[in-house]
Structure formats: C-alpha cells, structure tokens
Ligand binder design. Structure first.
Ligand code: TYD
Length: 408
C-alpha cells in the first residue's frame, strides 16, 4: 500500500477504508461522454497526530471546480435562507476593527451570501475559482476574484482593500487539499480583531449516522473540532467557538481568530469532550464505521434485488453528489433503480456518474409514480416528506439508508 502523508502535518498514515474506483460526485454526463469518463481510486485515512479524516487520493481541484461547475447556491431556497440568517448574525456581531468593515467570502459561488452584505451597504468581495458561477455573482454586482484562495491572493486582496473584518467560507474548506495555504492566507488577510467563520459537513454526524455518502472527491476532509483546532493552531489561529448545524445532513460552524485574541467559548470545550466520548480523536472508531458501511451496502443491495425480483418500480429521489458514492460503492445501476428524479435543470437528461442511471425531471415522479423511492437527498428529508405526503398516502414507500436501511 502506498505511503500516505497527512495533508496537514505530513505524518504518515494508513488508509482505513477503500471505496474502489469512483467517478466525480458531480460528474453527471451524457451518453457520448461515457468512454472518456474519469475515475480515481477513492480511499480515506485518519492521521493520529492531526486527527484529520481525509481522502488518500483525489482528482486535482481544477478537475472539480471549473467553468461548468453544476452547483449554484441561489438555486436552493433553503440555503438562501440559511445564508441570509447567518449574514444577520454576522452583521449583529461585527468585530471592532480599525478600518471600514470588510467581508470576504472564500468560495463565494454565485454571490448569494455576499448579496446580503452588499444590500446593507457593507464592503465585501468574493473569491471563486469556478468561472460560470463567479460570473453570475459579478453580473449581480458582487465584486469577485475568479481564483483559488491562497497566501498570494490573500496578500493581493489585503493590498488593494485592507484587512478583512470577517472572512467566511461555507462548504469550501473541506474541498481544498492544500488547506495550510488557505489558513496561512486567512491569517494574512484577517484584521487583528477579525473573525473567520467556516462551516462544513461534520465528522461527528457522519460517524453517528454512518452517512458515508459525505465521502466523495470534493470532500477531501471531514472536520472535527479536534482537527480544526490542530490545523488552526499550526497557522497562528485559535478555534474559539463551534455551533452544530442541520445543513448538509449535519454540519459544524467554526469561529476562529488570531491566536490569543479572544477566549474559547464554554460550548467549544463541551463539544471537544463530546468528540472524545465519540472517539473522533482515535483511529479505532473508524474500524466500526467500516463494518457499518459494509452492512449498509449488503442490506441495500439485498433489498433492491428483492424488489426487482418482485417486479416493483424503484426510483431515486434527488441526484445528489453524495449518491455517487452510494451507487458506485454498492454497484447499483439502472437495473436496480430505473431513474432518479431531480429538480435541477442542468442534471436532467444526463446520467449519474459511473452508474449511468438516467436523471429525469421531477414531473416523471408525479406521472410515473414508483412503488419505492430511494431518498438520496436525505439531507432535505423534512422538506421532501412534507411535499410528498400524497406519495405515501397512495401507498408509495420511501427507502432510507442511514443510520440503517429503512422502508417507510
Ligand atoms: P444537495 O443537497 O446539494 O446535495 P449534494 O451536495 O450531495 O449534491 O442536493 C440535493 C439535490 O436534490 C439537488 O440536485 C436537488 C435535488 N432535490 C430535488 O430534486 N427535490 C427536492 O425537493 C429537493 C429538496 C432537492
């Protein structure tokens, strides 16, 4: 087995779980693209020193975040509300900085979050490498640098605009292999009294729920308070607060500042203790995670094969990036799931990465109602169950898979 080096501290670590060949989580494709479809060997490991749960191998960021990146934040009402509420919280707690308030978002996507600051007349700017989504922000009047964020970009922004009072990143930090460079950039750009907030899917939720679908090419890291504390400290920053969130099936929002500027919240210490009880700082924890994942794979396949043999129509609900891991790891193709409905126009008419199940418009779910629907967009379960009461009333059954397989 090749030697892996921790992306944070460079210590060697072993792979703990191998998923085999995986395509890009967001690599929805047309039939004529199948011969050139991209695959990589996906595995994860845990470094006992940095306590970072990480992919052993992943495609280059350029392969994932490019001119045709499929995700627009503004297309989800739920996420728009989420960002609006948090922007209000940020504005009500702006740090006392010497200069004019300046908010920077890393991975600003289509500018949905920054629009909240711009609307309030607060100076702000975004940094976004995917050109198509960045252009959408620029068209909406949000100053955006089309680039990956790193130390050099941080220096350029600081030279041109001064220090940032607030830096923010949502579902971005976990995507970036060279994360030390991001943290270094943040400590360059952040005002001495400034705060850096970031939120990402939380390792604690993944372990509690067995939600291994959070592991795909774009999620290079799954953070915990332990690992964030380690990487922050290496780069002159302190973790001073953490707040659990329900987004993306369970996330954590971290607050950081320059070392020694502000005190660590009571809540942070409590969550650190909770992580110790859950074993997020220990390699052994991930051995039982592996057993759980294998069990889910076997049970899901057994169920789908049984339904196929009984002649039932089984569809999927929500062509998520996450489902790419489940479908490929379990080897589920269109012989087991006929189609997956999704409301995103850019995914409709395409095939799922690797397993080539047709993605169809939502109208198909209404017109050709399946007997069973696998809830791939489980992170939106409340909203979907609410919307689809008629499906259940008419005898339709949901299949969910975390923390165990359930037919509802
Ligand atoms: P998302 O939550 O962004 O997950 P991921 O990051 O794993 O892709 O994706 C949710 C997907 O589900 C998105 O493609 C839209 C789709 N969706 C529906 O088709 N119907 C719905 O009611 C909801 C809430 C989502």
């Amino acid at each position: 087995m090749p030697l892996n080096r921790c992306k944070i501290c460079q210590d060697p670590y072993e792979e703990i779980l191998s998923f085999g060949k995986m395509p890009l989580g967001n690599g929805f494709l047309n039939e004529n693209q199948i011969p050139n479809e991209y695959f990589f060997e996906m595995g994860v490991g845990f470094c006992e020193r940095s306590m970072m749960f990480q992919l052993t191998n992943q495609p280059s960021p350029e392969q994932m975040f490019h001119g045709e990146y499929a995700f627009f934040t503004g297309s989800s009402e739920g996420m728009k509300n989420h960002f609006h509420q948090f922007s209000e919280k940020i504005i009500n707690n702006l740090p006392a900085t010497d200069q004019e308030t300046f908010v920077v978002e890393i991975g600003s996507n289509d500018g949905t979050m920054l629009q909240n600051f711009s609307n309030r007349g607060i100076k702000c700017m975004g940094v976004e490498p995917s050109e198509n989504v960045a252009k959408e922000a620029i068209n909406n009047g949000i100053k955006t640098k089309i680039s990956f964020f790193n130390e050099k970009v941080a220096e350029e922004i600081q030279d041109e605009n001064g220090f940032a009072s607030v830096i923010y990143a949502a579902n971005v930090m976990c995507h970036i292999p060279n994360i030390n460079s991001i943290f270094k950039g943040i400590s360059i750009l952040l005002d001495k009294n400034g705060v850096f907030y970031f939120e990402d899917p939380y390792l604690g939720d993944v372990i509690n729920k067995n939600s291994f679908d959070q592991i795909y090419d774009e999620h290079v890291f799954l953070f915990s308070l332990h690992s964030v504390q380690f990487v922050a400290s290496m780069n002159g920053l302190d973790l001073i607060n953490a707040e659990p969130l329900t987004t993306h099936g369970g996330s954590m929002r971290y607050t950081l500042c320059h070392k020694g500027r502000f005190s660590v919240s009571e809540n942070t210490n409590k969550l650190i203790q909770k992580e110790k009880r859950l074993g997020l700082n220990r390699l052994n924890t991930f051995k039982s995670f592996e057993r759980n994942i294998k069990r889910i794979k076997e049970q899901l396949l057994d169920l789908l094969l049984d339904l196929k043999n009984k002649g039932k129509l089984v569809s999927g609900y929500g062509a998520t990036s996450k489902s790419t891991t489940i479908l490929n790891y379990c080897g589920i193709d269109h012989s087991l799931i006929s189609w997956i409905s999704d409301t995103t126009p850019t995914k409709q008419g395409k095939l799922t990465p690797g397993t080539h199940i047709p993605v169809v418009p939502y109208s198909k779910f209404k017109e050709d109602t399946p007997n069973y629907a696998v809830l791939f967009a489980w992170n939106h379960a409340d909203e979907i169950m609410q919307k689809e009461k008629e499906f259940s009333r008419n005898g339709g059954r949901w299949i969910t898979f975390f923390p165990e397989i359930k037919v509802i």
